[in-house]
Design a protein around this ligand. Structure first.
Ligand SMILES: *Cc1c(COP(=O)(O)O)cnc(C)c1O
Length: 396
């Protein structure tokens, strides 16, 4: 579970901009527009705004410095950054889909992504969700109109993994574009593009920014797909990443390798401890697999058998024995180090549950077991977090 040394270098170095030779941190190009030497030069720029600095809604050097890093980390040709992860996801849908198209979501998917898909029905874009991660089940769910296969691996809440190479090959044979939300693993621990996936999407608000102080998104893919997304969505929606916010993500990237190592190690330590607790039914973490042994979970030596995941991050969940809303609430409210809140990927540990007290039926339909608690393991140290959980579990 080593981090590729090339990636550490991309995260930390390589941000020199033309006008700031030697600067180890890129300057923030806080400018709305770029003046040109001649009118002809401006006309040339306007004809190819995806690669000319004309107006910051199109290209901005600080944002481009981040885009270059993310493209390199994902081993992709091109990257575009957005005002948020959802702006990135919206741009993929808006840039690639036509009325009459169908989108297939594979695995448990980030809630707002599915809510957006529901809105797309107004524009005659249909969708289905397939929770069975077996490629045969996915094949059955494809339609002649399926244009986009949207994947999350590990998936939201239960962190089940998909066979990305198999699904990418299946989709490619039918000219279906594939996209994956790769926020959980980060490009350090999973590289979908070399496996054949067309687009890797990121909520940079999570690990890439890494400090819970910026909202940002990104899409990485081929020049051709990214140009389509740029002209049909980003440039006209205008959901751009501000130069200062790009600078914050660049700063976050400089410590990404170190942070991910600790998130990984501490999450595994906490998950192992939870897995031994009699009040815990099972742990949902890509390293822990369901078996028929004691209480149902066992740990894999590698996070994913095929080496698709080269490491694991700090977000996972566990189920309480006899879990219900009341027990979930008691445990969450008894935690003092874990903060109660949405999002994840920052230095502070966070806790949340999909349970709302009135949605048991809905969760059942989505295949989410009762008594589920999601933890984002921050950087406080595993021992502190285990103490906090021990104290909280004693309340039930
Ligand atoms: C947070 C998140 C998003 C959305 O990112 P925002 O920056 O909040 O818009 C998308 N996918 C996943 C998996 C996320 O956790």
């Amino acid at each position: 579970m080593a981090i590729d040394p090339r990636d550490a270098e991309i995260c930390i170095h390589g941000t020199d901009l033309d006008r700031a030779p030697g600067a180890v941190v890129p300057p923030i190009a806080q400018t709305a527009l770029f003046a040109h030497r001649s009118f002809d030069q401006l006309i040339t720029g306007l004809g190819a705004e995806h690669c000319h600095q004309v107006y910051t809604r199109g290209c901005n050097p600080t944002v481009q410095a981040l885009e270059d890093k993310l493209a390199a980390l994902e081993r992709g040709e091109a990257c575009r950054c957005f005002a948020s992860g959802m702006a990135a996801i919206s741009a993929v849908f808006l840039g690639l889909l036509e009325a009459g198209d169908h989108v297939l979501f594979v695995n448990h998917t980030y809630g707002p992504t599915l809510q957006l898909a529901q809105h797309l029905e107004r524009f005659d874009v249909a969708h289905d969700v397939v929770l069975d991660v077996d490629p045969e089940a996915v094949t059955k769910a494809l339609k002649p109109e399926t244009r986009l296969l949207w994947m999350e691996s590990p998936g939201t809440m239960l962190f089940r993994t998909l066979d990305l190479a198999a699904l990418a090959a299946l989709a490619r044979s039918r000219q279906i574009v594939t996209a994956i939300d790769n926020s959980w693993a980060t490009p350090l621990f999973q590289k979908p593009l070399p496996l054949g996936v067309d687009l890797a999407v990121h909520a940079c608000s999570k690990y890439l920014g890494g400090h819970s102080d910026v909202i940002a998104g990104a899409v990485v893919g081929s020049e051709a797909l990214m140009e389509q997304i740029f002209y049909r969505a980003l440039l006209l929606n205008g959901g751009i990443l501000a130069p200062f916010d790009a600078w914050l993500v660049i700063r976050g990237l400089r410590t990404l390798p170190a942070r991910m190592r600790q998130h990984q190690d501490d999450a595994i330590a906490v998950a192992r401890w939870l897995d031994r607790q009699p009040k815990v039914r099972r742990v949902h973490h890509p390293r822990f697999r369901e078996t028929t042994s004691r209480r149902g979970t066992s740990e894999n030596s590698t996070p994913s058998e095929d080496g698709q995941l080269t490491g694991t991050s700090g977000l996972f969940s566990f189920e309480l024995v006899n879990g219900d809303f009341d027990r979930v609430r008691r445990v969450i409210d008894a935690l003092t180090v874990f903060r109660i809140g949405v999002s994840w990927g920052g230095p502070e540990s966070l806790v949340i549950s999909p349970e709302r007290g009135d949605n048991a039926e809905q969760l059942k339909q989505q295949g989410i077991p009762p008594g589920l608690i999601r933890l984002s393991i921050g950087l406080e140290g595993a021992e502190t977090l285990i103490d906090d959980l021990e104290h909280a579990l004693a309340r039930i």
